[in-house]
Each structure stands twice: as C-alpha cells, then as structure tokens.
Design a protein around this ligand. Structure first.
Ligand code: PEP
Ligand code: MG
Length: 596
C-alpha cells in the first residue's frame, strides 16, 4: 500500500478505457526555453566553444538533411535548406553572435536569440514579400541552434523507460506521435478537450485519456502510481489497495462490453429492422490500423493524410504518399462489400502545424489552412492529387477536401484535379475514372450554402469537431471553454440538419466524421437526422453498433424529435440529457455505456 495519500482529480473523459501505471511527466511541449544570463568573467571562451559547437552541429544536421533530400526529392525541397545553410554561415551573423558572447558576456542561447531578433527585424521591415518571408527561415535556423544548445531534440522529454501514463500540460499531434508507443499506457493532460488531437490520437491508439485536469502536472511526481479512467474522466493518484481492486473490476467489465463483436454478429451499423447506417473508421497514417477490422469498421470514413507530414522537415514525396494511400485503399476495399478509403487532402493549420511548412500566422485557426493552403501551393496539391489518383487504381478511394468555405475553392480545385488527371493519362498512368470527390462541411458558411456546394461534389462529410468550434466560437482544444463546445446546441443541429437536407435534395450521401459520431447519444442523433455514415475512432464502433442494433428506423424517427419537444430555455446539456434518457429507457442494458 502506498504511504502517500490517495487523491482523485476530475477531468474530461476524452478517450474511453482504463489504465494503471506509473507517471511519466512530459515537459517537452511548446517553445524551447531560451535561458538568458551573464557569463562569469573569464568564462567567455568556454561559452564561445559551446556556441561554436552548436553552429557546427547545426551545419552538419543541415548538410545531412540536404544529402538525404537530394536522394529522395526534387531540387525545390533542397533549396530551402541550402538557403538556411548560407544564412547559418553568413560571416556577419556569426561574428555578431560571437561578439555578444565575448564582449557582452551573454550566454550562447541569449546571443543567438539577440542575433536572430536583429535579423528578423531587418527582414520584417523590407517591402519585398520574398525577404519578409525570410523571417520564417530565421525562426527555423534559430530553432535548430537553440535545439543544439539545449539538447532538446535528443529529447529529455521523450525518454520513457517503462510502460507509463503520460502526464503533460498539453500535447501537440507531433509530440503525441513521437512518444515511444510501446511505453504509453494513456494520457492525462492539464489542458485539451474531447476533440483536441491528443484525444483523437489516444482513441486511434485505443489508449485511455483524460484532459482538462487543470494542474495535474504539479500534483503528481514522476513514478507516482495512477489509475486513469478515460471513461468517466478521473485520475486517481497513489490509490490504496481497495480503490485499485475496484478499478480493475470496472475496467474488466468495460473491456468485455466495448470489445469487438463476436464472429457471426450482424455487421456494425445494422439496425434492429435490418436497415443500416454505415459505420466506418477514422485513421491516422502512422498509427496502426489493425484494430479497424476487428472492431467492425465497414470502411475508412476519414484518412487524415496530414499525419504523413508530421515530424518531418519536408513534404513526403509523391511515391511515399502513393504507397501510403495505396495500402489504405487496398485495406479499406477488403473491409466490406463496396467499402472505400476516404482520403482527405492535407489538412494542416490550426493546431496541426508542420515544421518547415506552416507559416507563422496571427490566427492560425482562421488562416491559410487546409484547402486554402493547397490552393496557394499548387505543386503540393498536384503531387497529392497524383498520389491519390494513382492509388485509386488499386482499391476504392474517395477524395475529400478539408475546410471548404466557398464554391470557388471547389471550382479551382476541380480545375487542378482535372489537369492532373490529363497529366497522368499522358504518362499512361492508371486511375479510377469515376473517383468520387467530396467536401467536408466543417465551416458554418459551407453548411449554410450546402445546396450550392453539393453541385460540385459527390458526397458530404460533416466535420463536427471544427463545425462546433467555428459555430460556437469555442476553441476545440481549450478546456476553459469546453462547456461551450456543444454538438447538440440548436445552432449546430440546424447546420447539420441543413447539410443533411441539402445532400438528400442533391441525391448524394452524407456522413459525419467528427468525433461526435462516436458519442452514442449524439452519433445516434445524427443517424436519426438521416446521416448515411458515421465515421469514428475504431475502438468506439462496438458500443455505437450495439446502440444502433437495438433501434429501428421508426425509433430513430422518434428520437430525432426529442429536442423539438424540449421546453423553451432548455440548454444543450438539457437536450443531451433528454436524448440520453430516451436511449437509456429503450436500451437499459446500455445505460452505463452511453457516456462517451
Ligand atoms: C472535424 O473537424 O470534425 C474533422 C473530422 O477533422 P479534424 O478533426 O481532423 O479537424
Ligand atoms: Mg476538421
């Protein structure tokens, strides 16, 4: 038994499941700290040596990167880094930095920061946009130098030695995928919410996660034993034997209930009367997709291609992309009759930032992201089109545009896609001539204009993660506004309803691929509104399948009316509770599993 007191900290249940293990505190995130101090008199030469070593190490890294790139990609990719190398070797900049150390006795990190700030100010003042953009290069070079000085990349933050619960302030997608997967038992973070990327990745990895824990990083110490309950949103620190035994019992019951359906069961998504709502999986390349089949996914409803870009300094080549898309297409085509992989084009921006690619923007969630980024980087778009089109010759593929906000984007993308097809034909390369192209509906303007948008596409997929965020003006990753993050807010419901109705009028299928599809209460509500497909983290499929299997289409029609019967003044939480109770009354055996 532990001698430390047992405490329980409540948070947001963001990825279902239970895990017990020691704490590993990850402190890597965000900016590399830049310490600033005066070097002791007489120690300037030693500091200069540190600085010179950092310059040398950075130069070697860049040279190595350039050599690899030359082998693997075109010249354009290399030029950026050749330019970085030139700046790094610029005698004036190097001398200035050395002078800060030798004459002003600044430590190496602060000297690098001072030089970089000077260069940033100088470039930032220039009228020529080309030179203004060089500010990003300076940021990049400075980051490399600071990394070399702090040893950041060798990752004190990432070094795990035993299976542990990762406790962090917050985790970006790149940090989450960099952690050694074999040692991660689950996540507990100060910030974050249901649709933050750590939550989505935890679900994809079938790991439990609790977010919005406030200050858990300062309430636990490395090695403390914790019980992580991602189903109810609680972390128990230093549990006594009785608490632990109780936890294991609940965990075991849940594991049985939420596990894959037995062989011979009806396909996931079959309703009680034989009707069907297609239930598919969301996948992240780089995160194993093996569980997708066993949990019963009928296809891949969302393939987040941007994960191929994370944690690298350069765009994956067309061939690398092609290999990844082809294997997803082949895998998805084998899942069920007519099943497909819905490959979403590069959705970077917002909180999915890619080093070396994402520009610094004052408001990245409203910036040059996703389809906007692609339309302003046509060669990136065309390479991705080529890879997806080529993959479509090997399995059923659907191509999907992220963050569509107006028809011009679809018109311009279609022009680019058609010309890419002609290019492939002229090279004698095969692709699916009837490849369906769809739009994500995740910006309110797209939902409001869904009838027009439908003229340009063959399917819709509603991204509720972003649709809720943009409709409610509530950051999807910020636990401080988690209460405003309301998928069943009447405003969001209206937009979803409009989108579904527009799809029906246009005769095209519509899915929901935001995580609300995985919520037994909310996902069932989308199905009741007439959504044809629900796509979610695969581990959430079994429970959703059980709910759908207990209801007929007539039940769903009745369920769709539950919010309409609420008295004036009802909140989104009241609506959720009423919907929850409606299902729990019909399917009492599922009552304990209806909270996501
Ligand atoms: C969404 O916004 O609902 C969605 C599925 O896309 P992502 O979570 O990758 O932004
Ligand atoms: Mg989105």
């Amino acid at each position: 038994m532990s001698s430390k007191p047992t405490i329980t900290i409540a948070g947001l249940p963001v990825a279902r499941g239970f895990a017990a293990g020691p704490v590993f505190i990850y402190r890597g995130g965000g900016e590399i700290p830049v310490p600033e101090y005066l070097v002791e008199k007489g120690k300037e030469r030693a500091e200069l040596l540190r600085l010179t070593r950092a310059f040398n190490e950075t130069r070697r890294d860049l040279e190595g990167l350039i050599a690899v790139l030359k082998e693997r990609t075109g010249r354009a990719d290399v030029r950026v880094f050749e330019c970085h190398l030139m700046i790094l070797e610029d005698a004036a900049l190097v001398d200035e930095t050395k002078r800060y150390v030798m004459e002003e006795r600044l430590n190496a990190e602060a000297a690098v920061r001072r030089t970089a700030d000077g260069a940033r100010a100088q470039f930032g003042r220039m009228n020529d946009p080309y030179f203004r953009e060089r500010v990003c290069d300076i940021d990049d070079i400075e980051r490399r130098l600071q990394k070399a000085l702090s040893g950041f990349d060798r990752g004190p933050g990432m070094e795990m030695h035993e299976p542990s619960i990762v406790v962090a302030d917050d985790l970006t997608p790149s940090e989450t995928v960099q952690l050694p997967r074999e040692y991660v038992l689950g996540f507990a973070t100060n910030g974050g919410s249901t649709t933050s990327h750590v939550a989505l990745l935890a679900r994809a990895l079938a790991l439990p996660a609790v977010c919005g824990l406030g200050n858990i990083t300062s309430r636990v110490s490395p090695g403390d034993m914790v019980l992580l309950d991602g189903t109810n949103g609680a972390v128990t620190v230093n549990p006594d034997a009785e608490t632990r035994a109780q936890f294991e019992k609940v965990a075991e019951r849940q594991r049985e209930f939420a596990g894959p359906a037995p062989a011979g069961a009806a396909p996931a998504g079959t309703l009680k009367d034989g009707g069907e709502v297609l239930v598919c999986a969301n996948v992240h390349p780089g995160v194993p997709i093996a569980g997708v089949k066993e949990y019963g996914a009928r296809g891949i409803g969302l393939y987040r291609s941007e994960y191929l870009w994370l944690n690298r300094e350069f765009e994956p080549t067309e061939d690398e992309q092609f290999e990844a898309y082809r294997s997803a297409a082949m895998f998805a085509s084998r899942l069920s009759e007519g099943s497909y992989a819905t490959i979403r084009l590069l959705d970077i921006g917002g909180d999915k930032l890619v080093r070396g690619i994402s520009a610094k923007e004052p408001n990245p969630f409203l910036g040059n992201r996703s389809i906007r980024y692609l339309l302003s980087h046509r060669s990136v778009m065309r390479r991705q089109f080529r890879a997806i089109l080529r993959a479509s010759a090997f399995g059923n593929v659907r191509l999907m545009y992220p963050m569509v906000s107006c028809v011009e984007e679809l018109r311009d993308s279609a022009t680019e896609l058609e010309s890419t097809k002609r290019e492939l034909e002229s090279e004698g390369l095969d692709y699916d001539r009837s490849l369906p192209v769809g739009a994500m509906i995740e910006v309110p303007s797209a939902a409001l204009n869904a009838d027009e948008i439908a003229r340009y596409v063959k399917f819709f997929s509603i991204g509720t993660n972003d649709l809720v965020q943009y409709t409610m003006a509530a950051d999807r990753g910020n636990d401080a506004v988690a209460a405003l993050y309301q998928p069943l807010n009447p405003a969001v419901v209206k937009l979803v309803r409009m989108t579904v109705e527009a799809a029906k009028r246009a005769g095209i299928p519509v899915s929901v691929c935001g995580e609300s599809a995985a919520d037994p209460v909310v996902g069932t509500y989308w199905a009741a509104l007439g959504v044809d497909e629900l796509s979610m983290s695969a581990t959430y499929i079994p429970v959703m399948a059980k709910v759908l299997a207990g209801l007929t289409r007539a039940d769903l029609d009745e369920y769709a009316k539950v919010p309409d019967s609420m008295p004036h003044g009802s909140t989104a939480q009241d609506v959720f509770n009423a919907c929850h109770d409606w299902i729990a009354d019909r399917l009492p055996e599922l009552r304990d599993s209806l909270i996501i």
